[in-house]
Design a protein around this ligand. Structure first.
Ligand SMILES: [Zn+2]
Length: 678
């Protein structure tokens, strides 16, 4: 079975790049099996060592353990997200509980925990450097938070909970993806009223990919359905698309997620109780920058009321626009985007179709690379001789601009396809470390832009591009010594700071003047269009902020349930929104039945993180504005420290050494154009 399995021999491509041309789905099960076997043997050897525990023979040894499994898992889970198929999905279902079991065997190993505890107790006498001290403290905390300090029965129950949750969360994501893939709105020429050319072209492309030549298809990917809702003048079709989109995971049948939500939430509440916390939110928040649910709720509620008032004002304007256009009756959720777009057009004489020609994907990629060169002194060069898993993916070598020294590899995979999960994200095929030997990173960014020629983006798409690239830089620039402190391995509510702050350089006039050039004429975006565009961004912030904040508040509420065994997710959502006074026309960014961040990603009781980080990024970018230079060398250098530090230092300490003080909320409200609450 092992003959010819690329995971069992060294990778000889340049930079040790994964041999995607040789890796086949059938290689994963034996490689995962052997990886877990070797990993357990590594950890057992550390736990069973006859020598007294030292930092080197315990903590550092754990950093070296399970290398094969890490290598297999990083390729497997990345491929399963970026370019999956039925075989990979079946392996994911099969191995998620096994991997959870594997992790539980390590984190609940009493001999291993005893060694870590002994070191932790005398940590101040060990002569450790700052990063080592933090590694030891976090390692100890990790064991405790996994239940290592509990009695035998509780430990068994913790392991069972993790295993069951792993199965449920895998299913949850697969259900959402299935609903997204099955549903399609097939349109004829006569159904396209209102749609600009780029939306028609993307719909024609989607149809031809599905063998429906000559027709048009709208899918449930945000990049397809959102423009349709924004422009289609066919109200019935809008309603149909909107309902399908917001009912992903809530359609009854095999892919319905309500039962999964109930069980996941109940298991999480039980896990928190076992560990001595009142709720899962208390447990989760204890190990974050925010620390407590009340700190999170404080922030969200500070934003909620001004955003709600703003959204209600927007609703009035949009309603008048609709009435003026001859629509009788109150606008519904599937009308909002259409009339909001018209208001935007009327007020700012602006529409996406006017802006998009200035946002050519290739130019935006160049903009984000050049920004990194100016801020952080790294350069990017496309390389063509490495094997990739899909022809749409590209790989770049990242080098130090001054010394030409190799920094890492960056894979960019921009376009939507049915084998890719929805959304945009950064991940690593290999994380960097500078420990036993220097290992350089291989970082990937995925997006789901509609594939067309030329590939023109909206401003929001371009922001997504910069956002994910901010995460990528966090992975690429990391100087952390140990793998578990590398790059984005920071607290969940700090991890969005490097990505979100990077978005500000897209909106900087310095960037737009140079890179937002018309794809046909090569002319820079006209100054007055730029001004109108930046002004227009403030319209709709009430809507955007409520859509996000309602999702974040529901996340906190559902994970603060003390007795969720009989939870009815549908009723829970309805009641919570009613209590908040959420206008029905707005709609949540993610409803619970397809809220993958919570139920198949790592953001349970953590969706607030984006806004927590936004406090930091708005306040942090202000430093550059105050300096009068968005590329201020001294500030750039201090910002780079944050990208390089990984999890070697406390996030607040890192922020303060960059900014010179703790963050303030004012910049966030101002940036969103919201007045502070009275
Ligand atoms: Zn992000």
């Amino acid at each position: 079975m092992s003959a010819g399995n690329p995971f069992f021999s060294p990778w000889t491509n340049a930079f040790g790049f994964p041999p995607f041309d040789l890796i086949k789905p059938e290689h994963f099960p034996p490689a995962l099996d052997r990886g877990m076997e070797e990993g357990l043997a590594d950890f057992d050897a550390i736990a069973g060592s006859a020598e007294a525990p030292t930092f080197a023979n315990t903590i550092e040894a754990m950093e070296q353990a399970g290398r094969l499994l890490d290598r297999v898992c990083s390729v497997f889970f990345n491929l399963n997200s970026s370019h999956t198929n039925e075989e990979l999905e079946a392996i994911a279902r099969d191995y998620s509980p096994k991997l959870a079991q594997y992790n539980a065997k390590i984190s609940l190993n009493p001999a291993l925990f005893a060694r870590v505890s002994e070191l932790y107790a005398k940590r101040c006498e060990l002569g450790l450097e700052t990063d080592q001290m933090r590694l030891l403290e976090r390692s100890y905390l990790g064991f405790v938070r996994s239940g290592a300090a509990l009695g035998e029965d509780a430990k068994l129950r913790m392991a069972a909970i993790s295993e069951r949750t792993a199965t449920l969360t895998t299913l949850f994501g697969q259900h959402v993806q299935a609903d997204e893939q099955t549903w399609q709105l097939v349109l004829e020429e006569g159904d396209l009223d209102g749609l600009p050319d780029y939306v028609r072209e993307a719909a024609a492309q989607a149809a031809s990919e599905r063998g429906l030549e000559g027709k048009y298809v709208i899918t449930l990917l945000r990049s397809s359905v959102e423009p349709f809702l924004t422009f289609s003048t066919n109200r019935d079709l809008r309603e149909k698309a909107y309902k399908a989109w917001t009912n992903r995971g809530a359609n009854g049948g095999d892919t319905d997620n309500h039962d999964l939500i109930r069980e996941i939430v109940a298991l999480r509440a039980e896990q928190a109780r076992l560990l001595g916390y009142a709720t899962y939110a208390d447990y989760k928040l204890d190990d974050t920058m925010a620390k407590t649910p009340s700190a999170v709720l404080d922030l969200l509620h500070q934003v909620w009321e001004p955003a709600r008032l703003q959204a209600l004002a927007e609703r009035d304007v949009i309603q008048s626009e609709a009435s003026a256009a001859g629509f009788s009756g109150a606008i519904a959720a599937w009308d909002w985007r259409l009339y909001a777009e018209r208001v935007r057009k009327a007020r700012f004489d602006l529409d996406d179709a006017e802006i998009k020609p200035y946002f050519l994907l290739e130019n935006m990629v160049r903009a984000m690379f050049d920004t990194a060169t100016r801020l952080f002194g790294v350069k990017f060069r496309e390389i063509s001789d490495l094997p990739l898993y899909h022809p749409d993916a590209k790989v770049y070598e990242v080098v130090d601009a001054a010394t030409s020294e190799h920094v890492g590899l960056f894979i960019q995979d921009n376009f939507a396809r049915s084998s890719k999960r929805s959304g945009a994200w950064m991940s690593a095929y290999r994380s960097s470390e500078f420990f036993a030997e220097a290992i350089t990173p291989i970082i990937v960014n995925n997006s789901n832009f509609a594939k067309s020629k030329p590939s023109l983006l909206t401003f929001n798409d371009s922001e997504t591009l910069f956002h994910e690239f901010g995460h990528a830089l966090h992975g690429l620039l990391s100087k952390a010594r140990y793998p578990s402190q590398s790059g984005t391995c920071v607290r969940r509510d700090f991890v969005e700071f490097p990505s979100q702050v990077y978005e500000h350089w897209l909106a900087a006039p310095e960037t737009l003047r140079t890179y937002a050039v018309h794809y046909e004429t090569g002319e820079s975006i006209p100054e007055e269009l730029l001004t109108r565009m930046l002004e227009a961004r403030k319209f709709g912030q009430g809507f955007n902020t409520l859509a996000y904040t309602s999702s974040a508040l529901l996340d906190m509420e559902i994970h603060s349930q003390t007795n969720p065994d009989n939870l009815d997710p549908e009723a829970f959502e309805r009641d919570a929104l009613e209590r908040l006074g959420m206008p029905a026309e707005v709609g949540m960014m993610h409803r619970l039945p397809h809220f993958k961040h919570l139920f198949s990603g790592g953001y349970a009781a953590g969706y607030y993180s984006y806004m927590w980080s936004e406090v930091l990024d708005a306040d942090g970018f202000d430093a550059f504005k105050e300096a009068g230079d968005v590329f201020d060398p001294e500030l750039s250098r201090r910002l780079k420290d944050i990208y390089e530090a990984g999890d070697t230092r406390d996030p607040m300490e890192l922020y303060v050494s960059f900014r010179g003080r703790e963050p303030k909320t004012e910049a966030l409200l101002r940036h969103r154009g919201l007045a502070a609450a009275e």
